[in-house]
Design a protein around this ligand. Sequence first.
Ligand code: SF4
Length: 341
Amino acid sequence: MPKDKEVLVEVDHLKKYFHVGGGQTLKAVEDVTFDIYKGETLGLVGESGCGKSTLGRTLIRLYEATGGSVKFAGEPVHGKKSKAELKKLSRSVQMIFQDPYASLNPRMSVEDLIAEGMDAHGLAKNRTERHNRVIELLELVGLNKDHAKRFPHEFSGGQRQRIGIARALAVDPEFIIADEPISALDVSIQAQVVNLLRKLQRELGLTYLFIAHDLSMVKHISDRIGVMYLGNMVELADSDEIFEEPLHPYTRALLSAIPVPDPHLERSREERVLLQGDLPSPIDPPSGCRFRTRCPFATEECAKTVPQWREARPNHWVACHLYGDGEMAQNRLKQEASDEQ
Ligand code: SF4
């Protein structure tokens, strides 16, 4: 991540609700605040249904926000905008999807698929320039000019994801949301796609939000990692710190679930936090801390009060009463002090 941290995306108390019939509301994203710095990769993890994809889509206005705000390069993303402003936003931000096959029209050639965004934004002066740019993009993502005239069904999953990446890059975006881009790929291909994304980031100065359901998938690409649970962001810190000194019990549970190949290491792992029960419904989430029904440390305070999102350590944010200023935090500190003696 660059040293001079310039904020590219500013998310402030963002909410996204959906009305689901019967007068019920699904609170998919609830009061989420964080920044994404220019040139970084922010990994976003959580179980399926935790709101991470909804958050990603709301950041780039694929969904309207229910409350709060998002700024991209200092400009509000939501609210009334002119056609020119919307066009500028749609060029600056792009998405890469989990299932590249579903996101590619099977009747279009690779050349037309990649050039679709360029056509919409009028980026090529003529057919030759359009063709040359497509070839350049194919080579940039590790494919070649012979692939331009072929159709999506002629490619493997990994190659289709490369086509999806070329398609996103065709409009020269600044910010890319990669929504589970490697989850559907074979393990052997996952590393290739991650390496490609890292190479492109270095060469083109891109900023990524990389969404995954598993911490091990974001480990090698993320500068920082945010952890979501049932619509809330519960922890956000540098990638190394999340793996070495996780604070939130949910993050600790996710880490405990990652198998360690070495049996000696596995035995010597510090206290493991095991997840109990299933993810509750975001239509009727638990009161107070939404994680309390599965948290081994939950107390009455957790049921009564929503934990505040606070910077517990420099650049390390967490929402948990164990790191607040109440009794639970004092008890934790006393316990830690007696453990050290
Ligand atoms: Fe567990 Fe309470 Fe912290 Fe929530 S606030 S994670 S229930 S200890």
